[in-house]
Design a protein around this ligand. Sequence first.
Ligand SMILES: Nc1nc2c(ncn2[C@@H]2O[C@H](COP(=O)(O)OP(=O)(O)OP(=O)(O)O)[C@@H](O)[C@H]2O)c(=O)[nH]1
Ligand SMILES: [Mg+2]
Length: 310
Amino acid sequence: MEKNTSFRAGFVAILGRPNVGKSTLLNKLLGEHVAIVTARPQTTRTRILGVVNGEGWQLALFDTPGIHKAKGPLNRRMVDTALGTLSEVDVALVLVEAGTGPGGKVEVGETVRWIVDEVKRRRKPAVLGINKMDRAPRETLLPVIEAYRSLFDWADVVPFSALTGENVDRLAEALARHLPPAEAPLFPPEMLTDQAERVIAAEYVREQVMELMREELPYAAAVEVQEFDESERREDGGLVRIDAVIWVERESQKAMVIGKGGSMLKRVGTRARQRLERLLGAKVFLRLTVKVEERWSERVEALRRLGIGP
Ligand SMILES: Nc1nc2c(ncn2[C@@H]2O[C@H](COP(=O)(O)OP(=O)(O)OP(=O)(O)O)[C@@H](O)[C@H]2O)c(=O)[nH]1
Ligand SMILES: [Mg+2]
């Protein structure tokens, strides 16, 4: 049989500051809510693989935690995860946000310079993705592109919107052009992600805690699925029973997550369950318990048990 030499496949790390839209992009490319998204920074805590197939290529993309000057063990592990992923991939996709500052000025932040230095140090080709173009006036795009072009010899620069999907196809194709030739896809074509359903279930609960709760709570919570019972699951639906624990660091936080008469926990549970039912295509019985584990975010064993960190 003749070899198909034009096929390309490889790994890409999506890197950027917190909140630039890395997870939104992964989900848009996959057409599925695999990575949780919230309006808050530092949502993603682990790396998440998504596999995207195109005409003559396969992209294995890692969504990563936002890179920032980390304080504390949890955040340091998150940043280590992101930078560690960079060393394992063929191509880096560095994301920034469209839009200019006051007076049309473009501020290239310290963190982006740091990310670019890491990319240079590892001699990786990098594509610059300028996200959120839907909310930036067109005429501001050019100055943004120019400001970032002077920073690095980008393999490509693509403005896009992960939210609306504008130019997302072009971005995927730009990435695919810089992948190494491959004889075959790296993953079976039907594979979407490396995230187990029970892990996504825990993340969906955390997504609602992060979205609905204020102040420090989004950062003091972790979710662990302790039971994922599929015995009543059927080809055409059926029921999945899930028991999950929301870990917080203090009794006062536990009271806040539960809310008056259990109202907050109920909201979290209802919204997470609706998302899960859509993902699993089954009815979901979701039982949530809130427990205190003091300083879990500072303890390596707890972080490891919760699947956070390298
Ligand atoms: N207007 C607009 N908003 C976007 C776009 N992409 C993402 N967002 C919003 O930006 C916020 C952050 O999105 P995420 O995808 O969670 O960002 P992230 O880079 O994964 O953030 P971390 O996981 O915290 O590093 C959410 O409120 C998204 O809805 C976009 O193209 N346009
Ligand atoms: Mg994210």
